[in-house]
Ligand binder design. Structure first.
Ligand SMILES: Nc1ncnc2c1ncn2[C@@H]1O[C@H](COP(=O)(O)OP(=O)(O)OP(=O)(O)O)[C@@H](O)[C@H]1O
Ligand SMILES: [Mg+2]
Length: 217
């Protein structure tokens, strides 16, 4: 269970995140959407303890993993880029297969395309079990096929570990297919919160309706 109360993040006078109350159940898959700068990364980084809040409390599971918005490569080939987490080579290879990167396994990770590197980043994070998986725009660099592979891998990992998943996204496909709850942020505040298809079909207020109308184009 994640319990957030009065969580705020401020930079000087500016409040970029303001969540009076948010509860996420164990095993839930929650997607955050919202315009650039609406606080999605801020919230994920607060939960990953990479950022200090300006106030409030967060109760969450101890074992959390975070995949950042910007993918990165370590030195060496793809297998090494996954086994840095301490997982077995066989597990790294299994994940590469799942994300359709096996044919590149011996290549240097630095030579990958943006979408390939993002799928490699996902392999790295999924190579270790956790209780709370935090994914910052996990399909942003992927084509439709790549996004489908990512969604499938996230779901399989969640089924295996029973973890809670929080992900940010600009993709209605990811929200509708991989999440059982969608929250829309605007200026660090929650505008809509509910079952993704319901929010997409029937937004809760005018602002959310306007945002989603732009999203569908
Ligand atoms: N170190 C900082 N100093 C000042 N402002 C910051 C700092 N870090 C983030 N911000 C501001 O906080 C706001 C929220 O940023 P955040 O990265 O959470 O947005 P986001 O919803 O993830 O956007 P995107 O869709 O572009 O990834 C932005 O307006 C950003 O400029
Ligand atoms: Mg972001």
């Amino acid at each position: 269970m994640i319990e957030i109360r009065d969580l705020k993040k401020c930079y000087g006078e500016r409040t970029v995140l303001d969540l009076p109350e948010l509860t996420v159940g164990d095993g839930e898959a929650l997607a955050f959407a919202g315009p650039n700068g609406s606080g999605k990364t801020t919230l994920l980084r607060l939960l990953a303890e990479l950022l200090k809040s300006s106030g409030g409390t967060v109760k969450k599971p101890d074992k959390a993993l975070y995949m950042p918005q910007q993918s990165y490569a370590f030195k060496g080939d793809l297998v090494r880029n996954i086994t840095v987490t301490g997982c077995e080579k066989s597990e790294a290879k299994r994940l590469l297969e799942k994300l359709e990167l096996s044919h590149l396994a011996e290549k240097k990770a630095a030579s990958l395309s943006g979408g390939e590197l993002q799928r490699l980043s996902l392999c790295r994070v999924l190579s270790v079990p956790c209780e709370l998986l935090l994914l910052d725009e996990p399909t942003s660099a992927c084509d439709a096929k790549g996004a489908a592979l990512v969604i499938e891998a996230i779901k399989a990992y969640q089924k295996e570990t029973g973890c809670t998943v929080l992900m940010s996204t600009h993709s209605p496909v990811l929200a509708a297919k991989a999440a059982d709850r969608l929250i829309i942020l605007n200026g660090g505040r929650i505008e809509a919160d509910g079952e993704p298809k319901r929010i997409l079909m029937n937004p809760e207020n005018e602002w959310a309706e306007h945002f989603i109308a732009g999203w569908k184009i």
